[in-house]
Write a protein that binds this ligand. Sequence first.
Ligand SMILES: [Zn+2]
Length: 327
Amino acid sequence: MSKEIIVGTAHSKGAGVTKGVLKIADAPDGSPLNAPVVIVQGEQDGPVVWMHGCVHGNEYCGTYIIHDFVRSLDPATLKGTVVALPILNVSAFQTKRRMSPYEGYNGGDLNRQFPGDQGGTITQQMAYALYEPLKKYADVLIDFHTALTPDVRWALFPQVDGKAGEMSEKVARAFGYRDTLPAPDSILAGSAMMTAAKAGIASFIVECGGKIRAFTDESVADAVDRLHNVLRVLGMEEGAVKDYGTMNFFSNFEWVTATDGGLFERRVLCGDTVEEGTVIGQYYDMFGNARAEAKSPAAGIVLAIHPGPVMATGETLIHIGLNPRAA
Ligand SMILES: [Zn+2]
C-alpha cells in the first residue's frame, strides 16, 4: 500500500522517486533558502528512513554519501521509503561555512537547536522547518557529519530506553563502524539525533571524513554499502545482513582545544589507541624550531585530530573516545 509523504514541495503518493524542496528560511534579499528533498518510495510497505546531510554546511562528505545512496536505490525492490535531504543548512553550504552567515548572536549550531522554534533565530526556525516533517514521518533518522581529516570514521547512537534505543543500536551495528559511541542521553542536547530519540524515533549519526574536500571516494562508497546493510537489517532490502565484527563502544568522548599555537604536525591517526600522555603532535615555531609536543589528555581511541598545518590556540586539537570496550 502506498503512503502519502509530503516534505515541502516533494509530494510522494506511491512507488517511485519524487524530488522537491523544503523552504527552511528566507535570505536577506527575500529569496527562499530551499533544502533539496528526494523521496524514494518502494513498491512494498516498510519503514521510513529519513537521512540528512550538511546540518553543518561545510560537511560535504555526507551529501556525497546521500547522493550516491539515493542513486543506488530501486523502488521496484525497496520495501518502505527513504526520505533524503542531502543539504539542510543551505546558506552555510553556499558559503562553505559550518553555520549560517545570517545567524546573529547565538552561534547558530543547527545541531544544537532541535526541535527548533518557529519564532526564534534563523537557525532555530530552520530546525523547526526540518523537524516538523521528520517527526511526522521518520521511523529511523540517519544524520551525516564530518570532522577534520579524511581518516575520520566513527558513529554515535542514542542510549535511550525502550524501542528507539534498541532500534538505534541495531542500526549502528548494521552500519558497523568499529568505533561507536552509545551516547548518554545527558549529552548532545538539541541534536537532531537526541531530540528524535527522545520522541521515540531510532536515530544514528555517521562521522565520516573531514570538512570541505577532506574525504575520499572510497569512504563514500564504503558508507553507501553500509547503508544498504542498514536497509537489509530493517527488512527494506533483500539479502543477508553482513556482520562487520566486534565493535568498540565508548563510555563518552572528550574534546580538547589547543593551548599552544604554531605550525603543527599530527603524530597519530584516527582509530589509533592512545594513553594519557601519548605524544599526538608536534608544534614548530616560525623559524622551524621544534617548540612543544602536544600530549593526549586521556586514554582512549582517537576519533578526530587537528590536521595542521597551522593551528591557533583554542582550535580543536583532539577528540577522544573514552573507555573503549569490545561490544
Ligand atoms: Zn557536523
